[in-house]
Design a binder for this molecule. Structure first.
Ligand SMILES: C[S@@+](CC[C@H](N)C(=O)[O-])C[C@H]1O[C@@H](n2cnc3c(N)ncnc32)[C@H](O)[C@@H]1O
Length: 291
Protein backbone atom coordinates (compact mmCIF):
# COMPACT_ATOMS: atom_id res chain seq x y z
CA UNK A 1 0.00 0.00 0.00
CA UNK A 2 2.75 2.44 0.95
CA UNK A 3 4.65 1.39 -2.18
CA UNK A 4 1.68 2.42 -4.36
CA UNK A 5 1.34 5.68 -2.47
CA UNK A 6 5.08 6.32 -2.78
CA UNK A 7 4.87 5.71 -6.54
CA UNK A 8 1.90 8.08 -6.83
CA UNK A 9 3.60 10.94 -5.02
CA UNK A 10 7.18 10.23 -6.15
CA UNK A 11 8.53 9.33 -2.71
CA UNK A 12 10.90 6.78 -1.15
CA UNK A 13 8.56 4.00 0.08
CA UNK A 14 10.41 3.00 3.25
CA UNK A 15 10.98 6.56 4.45
CA UNK A 16 7.42 7.56 3.59
CA UNK A 17 6.04 4.59 5.55
CA UNK A 18 8.11 5.42 8.62
CA UNK A 19 6.93 9.04 8.58
CA UNK A 20 3.29 7.97 8.09
CA UNK A 21 3.55 5.44 10.92
CA UNK A 22 4.81 8.21 13.18
CA UNK A 23 1.79 10.32 12.21
CA UNK A 24 -0.41 7.30 13.13
CA UNK A 25 1.37 7.05 16.49
CA UNK A 26 0.71 10.74 17.29
CA UNK A 27 -2.95 10.47 16.29
CA UNK A 28 -3.00 12.45 13.02
CA UNK A 29 -3.54 9.40 10.74
CA UNK A 30 -5.40 6.09 10.97
CA UNK A 31 -4.18 2.94 9.26
CA UNK A 32 -6.75 0.25 8.49
CA UNK A 33 -6.20 -3.52 8.34
CA UNK A 34 -5.52 -3.31 4.58
CA UNK A 35 -2.77 -0.78 5.25
CA UNK A 36 -4.62 2.28 3.89
CA UNK A 37 -3.99 5.59 5.63
CA UNK A 38 -6.65 8.22 6.35
CA UNK A 39 -6.85 11.39 8.42
CA UNK A 40 -8.13 11.16 11.99
CA UNK A 41 -10.46 13.89 13.28
CA UNK A 42 -7.41 15.64 14.73
CA UNK A 43 -5.57 15.27 11.41
CA UNK A 44 -8.54 16.81 9.61
CA UNK A 45 -8.55 19.74 12.02
CA UNK A 46 -4.86 20.37 11.45
CA UNK A 47 -4.54 19.66 7.75
CA UNK A 48 -7.96 20.59 6.39
CA UNK A 49 -10.04 22.80 8.66
CA UNK A 50 -6.98 24.60 10.04
CA UNK A 51 -6.24 25.67 6.49
CA UNK A 52 -9.90 26.61 5.86
CA UNK A 53 -10.49 23.72 3.46
CA UNK A 54 -6.95 23.07 2.28
CA UNK A 55 -3.64 22.15 3.86
CA UNK A 56 -2.17 25.32 5.36
CA UNK A 57 0.76 26.24 3.09
CA UNK A 58 3.12 26.58 6.06
CA UNK A 59 2.67 22.83 6.72
CA UNK A 60 3.86 22.05 3.18
CA UNK A 61 7.66 22.01 3.25
CA UNK A 62 7.70 22.20 -0.57
CA UNK A 63 5.93 25.57 -0.41
CA UNK A 64 7.89 28.82 0.17
CA UNK A 65 5.74 29.37 3.27
CA UNK A 66 6.64 25.90 4.59
CA UNK A 67 10.29 26.76 3.94
CA UNK A 68 9.78 30.06 5.77
CA UNK A 69 8.26 28.16 8.70
CA UNK A 70 11.64 26.47 9.22
CA UNK A 71 13.05 29.85 10.23
CA UNK A 72 11.30 29.26 13.57
CA UNK A 73 14.46 27.25 14.34
CA UNK A 74 16.13 30.71 14.57
CA UNK A 75 13.57 32.06 17.01
CA UNK A 76 16.12 32.09 19.82
CA UNK A 77 18.45 34.28 17.71
CA UNK A 78 15.53 36.58 16.96
CA UNK A 79 14.65 36.81 20.65
CA UNK A 80 18.26 37.65 21.51
CA UNK A 81 18.97 40.11 18.72
CA UNK A 82 15.66 41.29 17.26
CA UNK A 83 16.99 40.26 13.82
CA UNK A 84 14.71 38.64 11.21
CA UNK A 85 14.93 34.86 11.72
CA UNK A 86 14.31 34.08 8.02
CA UNK A 87 17.35 36.13 6.97
CA UNK A 88 19.46 34.42 9.64
CA UNK A 89 18.33 31.03 8.33
CA UNK A 90 18.69 31.64 4.58
CA UNK A 91 20.94 34.69 4.24
CA UNK A 92 18.29 36.49 2.20
CA UNK A 93 14.91 38.14 2.72
CA UNK A 94 11.76 36.14 2.00
CA UNK A 95 10.98 38.53 -0.89
CA UNK A 96 14.45 38.21 -2.45
CA UNK A 97 14.08 34.43 -2.31
CA UNK A 98 10.69 34.64 -4.06
CA UNK A 99 12.31 36.78 -6.75
CA UNK A 100 14.97 34.13 -7.30
CA UNK A 101 12.47 31.42 -8.23
CA UNK A 102 9.30 32.12 -10.26
CA UNK A 103 7.72 28.84 -9.08
CA UNK A 104 8.02 30.02 -5.45
CA UNK A 105 6.44 33.34 -6.38
CA UNK A 106 3.56 31.51 -8.08
CA UNK A 107 3.07 29.21 -5.06
CA UNK A 108 3.05 32.22 -2.73
CA UNK A 109 0.44 34.02 -4.87
CA UNK A 110 -1.66 30.82 -4.94
CA UNK A 111 -1.44 30.48 -1.14
CA UNK A 112 -2.56 34.10 -0.71
CA UNK A 113 -5.39 33.72 -3.21
CA UNK A 114 -7.24 31.18 -1.05
CA UNK A 115 -10.71 32.61 -0.36
CA UNK A 116 -9.65 36.05 -1.51
CA UNK A 117 -11.89 36.44 -4.56
CA UNK A 118 -15.06 36.31 -2.47
CA UNK A 119 -13.66 38.76 0.06
CA UNK A 120 -12.36 41.03 -2.71
CA UNK A 121 -15.92 41.21 -4.09
CA UNK A 122 -17.22 42.16 -0.62
CA UNK A 123 -14.51 44.82 -0.26
CA UNK A 124 -15.47 46.14 -3.72
CA UNK A 125 -19.08 46.66 -2.53
CA UNK A 126 -18.29 48.05 0.92
CA UNK A 127 -16.61 51.31 -0.09
CA UNK A 128 -17.19 54.04 -2.69
CA UNK A 129 -14.24 53.10 -4.90
CA UNK A 130 -15.68 54.86 -7.95
CA UNK A 131 -15.33 58.20 -6.16
CA UNK A 132 -11.54 57.76 -6.18
CA UNK A 133 -11.42 57.72 -9.99
CA UNK A 134 -8.12 55.86 -10.08
CA UNK A 135 -6.40 53.59 -7.58
CA UNK A 136 -2.89 52.22 -7.23
CA UNK A 137 -2.91 48.80 -5.55
CA UNK A 138 0.45 49.07 -3.82
CA UNK A 139 1.95 45.59 -3.37
CA UNK A 140 -1.13 44.38 -5.23
CA UNK A 141 0.31 40.92 -5.93
CA UNK A 142 -1.44 38.97 -8.66
CA UNK A 143 -4.12 41.62 -9.22
CA UNK A 144 -7.05 39.68 -7.68
CA UNK A 145 -8.27 42.69 -5.68
CA UNK A 146 -7.93 45.22 -8.50
CA UNK A 147 -9.82 42.92 -10.87
CA UNK A 148 -12.70 42.72 -8.35
CA UNK A 149 -12.70 46.52 -7.82
CA UNK A 150 -12.74 47.31 -11.55
CA UNK A 151 -15.44 44.74 -12.28
CA UNK A 152 -17.67 46.25 -9.60
CA UNK A 153 -16.98 49.88 -10.64
CA UNK A 154 -17.00 50.34 -14.41
CA UNK A 155 -15.60 53.88 -14.35
CA UNK A 156 -12.70 53.11 -11.99
CA UNK A 157 -9.15 52.88 -13.38
CA UNK A 158 -6.22 51.22 -11.66
CA UNK A 159 -2.61 50.16 -11.45
CA UNK A 160 -1.06 47.21 -9.63
CA UNK A 161 2.43 47.95 -8.36
CA UNK A 162 4.48 45.00 -7.10
CA UNK A 163 7.98 43.48 -7.25
CA UNK A 164 7.10 41.88 -10.55
CA UNK A 165 4.41 43.06 -12.96
CA UNK A 166 3.79 39.71 -14.72
CA UNK A 167 1.20 38.00 -12.45
CA UNK A 168 -1.04 41.07 -12.29
CA UNK A 169 -0.65 41.80 -16.00
CA UNK A 170 -1.79 38.25 -16.79
CA UNK A 171 -4.83 38.61 -14.49
CA UNK A 172 -5.83 42.02 -15.87
CA UNK A 173 -5.46 40.83 -19.48
CA UNK A 174 -7.43 37.63 -18.75
CA UNK A 175 -10.22 39.71 -17.17
CA UNK A 176 -10.34 41.98 -20.26
CA UNK A 177 -9.46 45.01 -18.13
CA UNK A 178 -6.23 46.14 -19.78
CA UNK A 179 -7.87 49.32 -21.15
CA UNK A 180 -8.63 50.54 -17.64
CA UNK A 181 -5.71 49.02 -15.76
CA UNK A 182 -2.03 48.32 -15.94
CA UNK A 183 0.67 46.64 -13.90
CA UNK A 184 4.04 48.15 -13.04
CA UNK A 185 7.10 46.74 -11.31
CA UNK A 186 8.39 48.81 -8.43
CA UNK A 187 8.95 49.09 -4.71
CA UNK A 188 6.77 50.79 -2.13
CA UNK A 189 9.94 52.04 -0.46
CA UNK A 190 10.54 54.25 -3.53
CA UNK A 191 8.39 57.15 -4.81
CA UNK A 192 5.07 55.83 -6.14
CA UNK A 193 3.17 56.90 -9.29
CA UNK A 194 1.62 60.23 -8.19
CA UNK A 195 -1.85 61.69 -8.56
CA UNK A 196 -4.23 58.73 -8.13
CA UNK A 197 -7.32 59.17 -5.96
CA UNK A 198 -6.50 56.12 -3.84
CA UNK A 199 -3.47 54.12 -2.77
CA UNK A 200 -4.44 50.65 -1.53
CA UNK A 201 -2.34 48.68 0.95
CA UNK A 202 -4.01 45.28 1.17
CA UNK A 203 -2.42 42.78 3.54
CA UNK A 204 0.90 44.65 3.51
CA UNK A 205 1.41 46.18 6.96
CA UNK A 206 1.79 42.95 8.97
CA UNK A 207 4.80 41.93 6.82
CA UNK A 208 6.82 44.92 8.00
CA UNK A 209 8.31 46.53 11.10
CA UNK A 210 6.82 49.75 12.48
CA UNK A 211 9.62 51.79 10.87
CA UNK A 212 9.02 50.18 7.46
CA UNK A 213 5.23 50.67 7.69
CA UNK A 214 5.79 54.38 8.41
CA UNK A 215 7.96 54.61 5.27
CA UNK A 216 5.39 52.76 3.12
CA UNK A 217 2.57 55.00 4.41
CA UNK A 218 4.70 58.07 3.75
CA UNK A 219 5.42 56.99 0.16
CA UNK A 220 1.66 56.55 -0.37
CA UNK A 221 0.88 59.89 1.26
CA UNK A 222 3.48 61.73 -0.89
CA UNK A 223 1.98 60.22 -4.05
CA UNK A 224 -1.62 60.86 -2.92
CA UNK A 225 -0.99 64.57 -2.23
CA UNK A 226 -3.71 66.52 -0.44
CA UNK A 227 -6.61 65.03 -2.43
CA UNK A 228 -5.84 61.31 -2.48
CA UNK A 229 -6.71 58.70 0.12
CA UNK A 230 -4.70 55.77 1.48
CA UNK A 231 -6.84 52.66 1.94
CA UNK A 232 -5.49 49.98 4.29
CA UNK A 233 -7.28 46.63 3.95
CA UNK A 234 -6.37 43.85 6.33
CA UNK A 235 -7.36 41.17 8.79
CA UNK A 236 -6.61 43.31 11.82
CA UNK A 237 -6.45 42.00 15.36
CA UNK A 238 -9.57 42.90 17.33
CA UNK A 239 -8.90 44.81 20.55
CA UNK A 240 -8.12 42.32 23.31
CA UNK A 241 -7.96 39.34 20.90
CA UNK A 242 -5.06 36.89 20.83
CA UNK A 243 -3.21 36.46 17.52
CA UNK A 244 0.13 35.35 18.87
CA UNK A 245 0.69 32.46 16.44
CA UNK A 246 0.43 34.67 13.36
CA UNK A 247 2.26 37.46 15.15
CA UNK A 248 5.28 35.17 15.66
CA UNK A 249 4.95 33.95 12.05
CA UNK A 250 5.13 37.59 10.82
CA UNK A 251 8.10 38.13 13.18
CA UNK A 252 10.21 35.21 12.00
CA UNK A 253 9.35 35.37 8.29
CA UNK A 254 9.57 39.11 7.83
CA UNK A 255 10.35 41.02 11.03
CA UNK A 256 6.71 42.15 10.86
CA UNK A 257 3.87 41.95 13.39
CA UNK A 258 0.11 41.60 13.76
CA UNK A 259 -1.62 44.91 14.52
CA UNK A 260 -4.92 46.35 15.71
CA UNK A 261 -6.65 49.24 13.92
CA UNK A 262 -5.37 51.50 16.73
CA UNK A 263 -1.78 50.34 16.05
CA UNK A 264 -2.16 51.22 12.34
CA UNK A 265 -3.68 54.62 13.26
CA UNK A 266 -0.74 55.35 15.56
CA UNK A 267 1.78 54.61 12.76
CA UNK A 268 -0.26 56.73 10.34
CA UNK A 269 -0.37 59.59 12.87
CA UNK A 270 3.44 59.39 13.19
CA UNK A 271 3.70 60.39 9.52
CA UNK A 272 1.01 63.08 9.70
CA UNK A 273 -1.96 61.03 8.50
CA UNK A 274 -5.43 60.86 10.01
CA UNK A 275 -8.19 58.25 9.97
CA UNK A 276 -11.20 59.31 7.86
CA UNK A 277 -13.30 56.12 7.99
CA UNK A 278 -13.17 52.55 9.21
CA UNK A 279 -15.40 49.89 7.67
CA UNK A 280 -15.55 46.26 8.85
CA UNK A 281 -16.00 43.71 6.03
CA UNK A 282 -16.31 40.25 7.59
CA UNK A 283 -12.89 39.36 8.97
CA UNK A 284 -11.35 42.23 7.03
CA UNK A 285 -11.29 45.94 7.81
CA UNK A 286 -11.05 48.85 5.40
CA UNK A 287 -9.33 51.93 6.87
CA UNK A 288 -9.42 55.18 4.91
CA UNK A 289 -6.51 57.47 5.77
CA UNK A 290 -5.63 60.94 4.58
CA UNK A 291 -2.27 62.71 4.56
C1 LIG B 1 0.95 39.48 1.69
S1 LIG B 1 1.15 39.92 0.02
C2 LIG B 1 -0.36 40.83 -0.30
C3 LIG B 1 -0.71 40.87 -1.75
C4 LIG B 1 -2.04 41.56 -2.08
N1 LIG B 1 -1.98 42.99 -1.75
C5 LIG B 1 -3.19 40.87 -1.38
O1 LIG B 1 -3.87 41.49 -0.58
O2 LIG B 1 -3.42 39.69 -1.68
C6 LIG B 1 2.39 41.15 0.10
C7 LIG B 1 2.76 41.70 -1.26
O3 LIG B 1 3.78 42.68 -1.09
C8 LIG B 1 4.64 42.59 -2.20
N2 LIG B 1 5.90 43.25 -1.89
C9 LIG B 1 6.89 42.84 -1.05
N3 LIG B 1 7.88 43.74 -1.01
C10 LIG B 1 7.52 44.75 -1.85
C11 LIG B 1 8.10 45.98 -2.22
N4 LIG B 1 9.28 46.38 -1.70
N5 LIG B 1 7.44 46.78 -3.09
C12 LIG B 1 6.25 46.40 -3.61
N6 LIG B 1 5.62 45.25 -3.30
C13 LIG B 1 6.26 44.43 -2.42
C14 LIG B 1 4.77 41.11 -2.43
O4 LIG B 1 5.26 40.81 -3.69
C15 LIG B 1 3.32 40.65 -2.21
O5 LIG B 1 2.59 40.68 -3.42
Amino acid sequence: MTTELADDVGAHADVLERVLLHLVSVGLLNRDELGAFSLTKLGERLFVEGGKGATPPWLDLGNPLGRAELSFTRLLDAVRTGEVAYAAQYGNTFWDDLDSDPSWSAQFDAALARGVERRAREVAQAYDWAALGEVVDVGGGDGTLLVALLRAHPTLRGTVLDRSLEPAKRALDAAGLSERANAVAGSFFEPLPPGAGGYVLSRIQSNWSDADVRTILLRCSEAAGTRGRIIVIDELVADGAVATENDLRMLVYFGGRERTAANVCDLAADVGMSLEAIIPVGEWTIMELKG
